[in-house]
Design a protein around this ligand. Structure first.
Ligand code: 6PG
Length: 246
C-alpha cells in the first residue's frame, strides 16, 4: 500500500508544482498512515518538500504533545525527519477554548493560503483519508451534524464525553480536491469497506466522499478488500525505483 501511495504522492506533487508552483496536501491521522509518513520522510530528496504545503484533514482538540494529537504524530513521523519548512506547515491550532473558533481560524488559514474569495472552495491537490470501522472519515462521524455542513470548509465536531472534540475538513472541501486517496488496511475494516464500496451505504460519511472533478482511489490491502468481489479490485504491484525526480 505505502509504495503505491508514495508513487501517487510523488506524481501528484510534481504535476502540481509544475502547474501552480506548489503542492497542497491534507493528510489524516490515525494508525494506518504512520508507516507511510515515515517512508515519505526517507524518500531521499525526490519529493519537493520546499514547495509542499502540509495541511491536516482533521485534528483532535488536545495539545500537540498528547499521544492522540494528529499534528504531534505527523511532526514526529514526517515533518521533522523530512525537514519540511515551518512556513509550509499548516497545523490546526487547538488552543482556543471553543472548537468553533479553532474551526473558523483553520478555515481562514486555508482560504488565505489559496487566496480564495469568500464563496470559493479551494482545491487541495491531494487529500489522504482513512476510514473508521463505523464508516467515519476525516472526523465526519455517522449522524453528526458536521457531515451535513455544506457552506464551510471546516467544522467543529463535538462527540460524546469519552471522545475528544475535533476539527475537520467538511465534505465540500474534501470533494473539491484534485485527488483523494482513501487508505484502508486490516481485516477489521473488511465489513465497512463492503458497506461503503459495494453497498454504497449513504448513512456512512465515507460513502459521501465523491470528488466533483478529481480522482478517488481506495487503496486497500488484501485483508480490507476481502469482502469485495474480485472484479471490483485491481491488484497493483509497484515497480522498483518508481520515484521521479522533481
Ligand atoms: C483521525 C483520522 C480518522 C482515521 C480513521 C482511521 O484523526 O482519527 O483522521 O479519520 O483516518 O479513524 O483510523 P486508523 O487508520 O487508525 O484505522
Amino acid at each position: 500500500m505505502d509504495d503505491f501511495v508514495i508513487r501517487e504522492w510523488n506524481r501528484i506533487a510534481i504535476s502540481a508544482v509544475a502547474r501552480r508552483g506548489y503542492f497542497a496536501v491534507a493528510v489524516s491521522g490515525g494508525k494506518t498512515p504512520v508507516s507511510l509518513f515515515r517512508k515519505l520522510s526517507e524518500a531521499d530528496g525526490k519529493l519537493p518538500w520546499d514547495k509542499t504545503h502540509l495541511f491536516l484533514v482533521d485534528e483532535r482538540i488536545v495539545p500537540y504533545s498528547h499521544p492522540d494529537s494528529n499534528w504531534g504524530m505527523l511532526s514526529a513521523t514526517l515533518v521533522k525527519p523530512a525537514g519540511i519548512p515551518a512556513e509550509n506547515c499548516h497545523p490546526i491550532l487547538v488552543e482556543d477554548p471553543l472548537p468553533e473558533i479553532s474551526a473558523a481560524r483553520y478555515e481562514k488559514d486555508i482560504m488565505h493560503f489559496f487566496g480564495s474569495r469568500p464563496k470559493d472552495v479551494p482545491a487541495f491537490d491531494l487529500v489522504l483519508l482513512g476510514i473508521g470501522e463505523d464508516g467515519h472519515t476525516a472526523s465526519l462521524f455517522p449522524g453528526n451534524q458536521a457531515v451535513r455542513e455544506s457552506k464551510h470548509l471546516v467544522a467543529a465536531v463535538i462527540l460524546d464525553d469519552a471522545r475528544h472534540a475535533r476539527i475537520t475538513l467538511t465534505l465540500p472541501a474534501i470533494n473539491r480536491a484534485g485527488n483523494v486517496l482513501a487508505l484502508v488496511s486490516g481485516k477489521s475494516k473488511a465489513g465497512i469497506v463492503k458497506r461503503v464500496l459495494l453497498q454504497r451505504d449513504r448513512h456512512l460519511p465515507a460513502t459521501l466522499v465523491n470528488p466533483v472533478a478529481g480522482d478517488l482511489i481506495f487503496v486497500l490491502d488484501r485483508e480490507a478488500a476481502a469482502e469485495l468481489p474480485v472484479d471490483m479490485t485491481r491488484e497493483i504491484t509497484v515497480e522498483r525505483d518508481y520515484l521521479q525526480r522533481p
